[in-house]
Each structure stands twice: as structure tokens, then as C-alpha cells.
Design a protein around this ligand. Structure first.
Ligand SMILES: Cc1cc2nc3c(=O)[nH]c(=O)nc-3n(C[C@H](O)[C@H](O)[C@H](O)COP(=O)(O)O)c2cc1C
Length: 267
């Protein structure tokens, strides 16, 4: 699930059993999600060694389990991974060693995207695009928006950074679709760079999650407000009255450093 401007967007992985995916999309529509994001960069489960190394295993953290799960159990019951079909949900407390890896669709095709376009009459986004030709194809299949993303570097290591892919993708798509970016947004200056290089907006994954880890929902709100304040400050330094008054000339193309104007852009 993602939240954009107060709207709820449903994030979908395709499953080998396409019927399972179709049912999930219908459920998302019925419960009121407004936009559908199809993730296309996860053809198979990632090998996250750090999860094993850090013993990403709730059973080994009884204090945390009691504090956090206890609150859920009292208020709403055991939390589940709601964006998975029923048949694929596993207990959140299952051990890393016994947890089954998800059967992801390694045979995703552009026809799948066309079919989703026929099924979903709201905004449709494709997440995980890093290439201009893929961007054009996704838009040809009916995508309204693209998220230039390498999954926060959590899947394939050594992928191109989305900030490097962004200008090409934005040029390839032009005004035919909205272009967004995620992966590595940590500071307001990261947002300013993405906007300058053609993103309409960015998404942040871990930044608000770190806020959640510290202080729940308020922590997430605080992380977002820090990013917003930083963005305002960067815009002021660059002489941009609003993020909309962006310009790729503010960025050195070889490195992502700003070249602030000697005179404010709006004078
Ligand atoms: C805990 C966690 C769970 C995630 N789950 C999904 C997911 O189910 N589907 C998906 O497309 N991306 C998922 N992502 C990736 C994010 O959507 C996003 O692409 C990435 O976190 C952006 O990078 P950032 O964390 O550097 O901002 C997840 C990321 C994290 C940290």
C-alpha cells in the first residue's frame, strides 16, 4: 500500500496464478483503493542476507513482540500482509528459517499489463522501470504513471540508480504519463534533484519507516515533515519559488550536485 496526497494506492505483485492476481485487484477496487501500482522488478524472491544476519525473526525479540503485537492483538487482531492473496499469507511470527518464499510471477509480460489495464479503470502505475524503452512500452500498454525505482536497492545489487535513469525515462515518456521516482530519498535535496530531473513527485520507503520504528504514525509524519522542511530550504537556496519552478540546469549532469544560480530564478 502506498499513500500519495492522502489517496490510497494499492501495490500489486503478480502471482504465477493469474486468477489469484485478478481476484486481489477486484478486492482492492471493492475496498476503495484509487490507484493500482504494479511492481515489475521482482521476478523472484530477493536474497536478503542482512535479514538472516540481523536475525529478522520476531520470535527472538519477545520484548518488541509483546509491545507491538500486544497492541495489535488488543485493538485489531493479528496483523497480516494484506496485499497478499489469502492463500499466500503466512504468520508474521513465522521464523525466517521456516518461512516460505513467495511464488512470484517470473513470466510477467506486457500482455499481463494490458490485461490489468482492461480490468482497472482507475490510475495504473508501473513500478520498477529503469529503462527508456521499457517506459515507452509500459505507456503503450496503458500505464498512466511510472515509478522509476530499483526497489531501494533491495533486490538486484549493482542496478543503475533511479536518479541516473530518471532523465531518460522522463524524456521518453514526455507528457504521455506521470513519472515518479523512489529509492534513496533521504534528504530534501534528494527530492529537489529528482524534481529537477523530471519526476513529478517522489516516494520514500525507509525514511518514514524509520520514523515509524521510533514513534509509530507520529514518527512517520515527523520524518515526512523533516523532508518537507529540507525541500523548502533547498528551494530557497536555489532561488526556486516553488518546486514547480524546477530546471535541470540546476544539476550538473555528471554528478548530482546543484549549481545554484547567481541570481534567483524568479527575479
Ligand atoms: C520493509 C519494506 C517493504 C517493502 N515492500 C514492498 C512491496 O511489497 N512491494 C514493492 O513494490 N516494494 C516494496 N518495497 C520497496 C519500496 O516500495 C521502495 O521501492 C523502496 O523502499 C524505496 O527506497 P527507499 O527505501 O530507499 O526510499 C519495500 C521496502 C521496504 C523497506
Amino acid at each position: 500500500m502506498a499513500q500519495a496526497g492522502g489517496r490510497l494506492w494499492f501495490q500489486l505483485y503478480m502471482w504465477p496464478d493469474r486468477e489469484m492476481s485478478r481476484q486481489l485487484v477486484q478486492r482492492a477496487r471493492l475496498v476503495g483503493f484509487e490507484a493500482l501500482i504494479v511492481t515489475v522488478d521482482t521476478a523472484t524472491g530477493p536474497n536478503r542476507e542482512y535479514n538472516r544476519r540481523n536475525v529478522f525473526d520476531l520470535a527472538t525479540h519477545p520484548g518488541w513482540l509483546l509491545r507491538v503485537m500486544g497492541r495489535y492483538l488488543l485493538n485489531s487482531g493479528m496483523p497480516t500482509l494484506e496485499n497478499l492473496p489469502d492463500a499466500l499469507r503466512q504468520s508474521l511470527t513465522a521464523s525466517v528459517k521456516t518461512r516460505r518464499s513467495l511464488p512470484l510471477a517470473d513470466s510477467l509480460t506486457w500482455d499481463d499489463l494490458r490485461e490489468l489495464r482492461r480490468m482497472w479503470d482507475g490510475p495504473l502505475m508501473v513500478k520498477g522501470i529503469l529503462d527508456a524503452d521499457d517506459a515507452r512500452l509500459a505507456v503503450d500498454c496503458g500505464a498512466d504513471g511510472l515509478i522509476v525505482s530499483n526497489h531501494g536497492g533491495r533486490n538486484l545489487d549493482s542496478t543503475i540508480a533511479p536518479i541516473d535513469a530518471l532523465p531518460e525515462v522522463a524524456d521518453a515518456v514526455g507528457h504521455r504519463a506521470h513519472v515518479f521516482m523512489d529509492s534513496g530519498v533521504r534528504r530534501g535535496s534528494d527530492i529537489a534533484k529528482a524534481l529537477a530531473l523530471g519526476a513529478r513527485a517522489v516516494f520514500a520507503g525507509r525514511a518514514p519507516l524509520w520514523g515509524v520504528a521510533v514513534a509509530g504514525e507520529q514518527g512517520a509524519a515527523r520524518a515526512i515533515s523533516i523532508l518537507r522542511d529540507e525541500l523548502d530550504r533547498v528551494m530557497a537556496y536555489l532561488g526556486c519559488p516553488t518546486p514547480g519552478a524546477r530546471s535541470s540546469s540546476l544539476i550538473r549532469s555528471d554528478r548530482h550536485f546543484f549549481t545554484p544560480p547567481s541570481r534567483p530564478l524568479h527575479s
